[in-house]
Ligand binder design. Sequence first.
Ligand code: CA
Length: 226
Amino acid sequence: METTILIVEDEEKIARFLELELKHEGYQVLKAVSGREGLSIAESGQADLVVLDVMLPELNGFEVLRRLRKTSDVPVIMLTARDEVMDKVAGLDGGADDYMTKPFAIEELLARIRLIFKKRAGTVSKEENIFAFGALEMNLARHEVRYGSDVVELTPREFDLLKVLLENKNIVVSRDTLTEKVCGYDYLGETNVIDVYVRYLRSKLDDVYNVKIIQTVRGVGYCIRE
Ligand code: CA
């Protein structure tokens, strides 16, 4: 069965771009250019997921979501303008499944859409089995790391290092802690072992996808943060 995604977005260029990318991924696409139109299509149950912009004519995205939630639990990803932090809060409180800040990387949106479908399908049993950071996704149950749709091959130690950093998102983890968690508490080898693994991870992620995932905190350790 084909999966249908509804795009509610009045900005023609963005809507067209999303439509092309989603179709390329094999989704069927419906489009609405106003809140009222989006709400009526979403309420009709034709869409399996809704990508909903906040700034819309007639009804804004929050109002659409609020009304839609009275009759439907279809997954909704809200699109908000940069730095509209209140929008994030209101969006999640209002029953959105996720939100994206414009401008966003299409790979990140696609990754979040896949994740929502996996959760809904029950192929992901527990939410805590998956760590996501941007388009990066770590599935513990499958012991698998993906960037967008690519599977990234990691050695066990690279995997463990990335896991510790993702588990502690936005927290700086010291080299000592990382060494203990990745190499064991009785590790007696080179003291710069973590720096070496960070370098390997960067060569497999940052260099390939032109992103900066692991940050160095000088004299302390490493961190993955938003
Ligand atoms: Ca808009």
